[in-house]
Design a protein around this ligand. Sequence first.
Ligand SMILES: [Zn+2]
Length: 332
Amino acid sequence: MSKMALPGIMKSRSLIGPFVLILSLCSCSSPDQSGQFNRKEAIVKKIPAPNFNADSAYQYIKDQVNFGPRIPNTAAHDSCAIYLIKKLNSYNLEVKTQKGELEAYNGTKLNFTNIITSVNPEAKNKIMLCAHWDTRPYADQEPLIKTNSFDGASDGGSGVGVLLEMARLMSKNKPRIGVDLIFFDIEDYGHANVPDSYCLGSQYWAKSPMQKNYYPKYGVLIDMVGAKNATFGMEGYSMQFAPHVVNKVWKIAAKAGFSDHFIFKRTNATIDDHYYVNTIANVPCIDIIQYDPTTKSGFGSYWHTTKDNMDIIDKSTLKAVGQTLLELVYAE
Ligand SMILES: [Zn+2]
């Protein structure tokens, strides 16, 4: 249903784009005494990207892991939501939440909190960055015991850690554009055989917009971005819905010296939060997600196992992702 609606909305957005651009150019150039527009004033200075601090991002992952697995309906999950909101507030960012109850594929009612904040909330020109903050309830890819819980240091923790560090830096040194940050809940409670059973928080967000006509230029989802030597492929749905964004991000990564992590190879499509951001919210959104050609799943070998703990987290991977995204934001 949403897929069919996409072309119409995209068309109307391309009409709005130039109109906004003209307005913003007019507002920052003014006629001089001869009545001529001063072109110099129309050129807005670029702000250099701040230096992404991987130590700081690492600590934010550790903080999350210290609560215990952030499984919906647990005390660790509740405590982590409070931590995330307090952390963002400490950067003077206003936080909005979407809360409620969602039904999982097995009938379990799950309490959820989507956490939303914005740098330069008044800006017309916006992008969105997102990650999921919950962890899967069990390590079902573990070779032997599949019912244990796991730390979710990379799957859940790492994307959030990178976004928190970006939020800290962007709140101190504002970029020119608006950046909405969305921390989705209940991404990882699904069942492989039940369609749309993953990504419950992002599906809710996409169906229940907090703002009417919310059309950021594009979105970037980050998921499993913390493991040592992780590589990121050009994921299938990202290439289907937003190839221009993939190309832009991968070029920036290469220029910044992170080609070891961002590889120019198209990889399999993965149902992740970005799928619903694209198909329901109609925001072109890509997914930066670990791709490992040596595993059956295509994800890291730690994926949904008890190995997903702080031991696999590597600061140089966090730096590659965080610095690339800062370069992206400050180039806008
Ligand atoms: Zn997962």
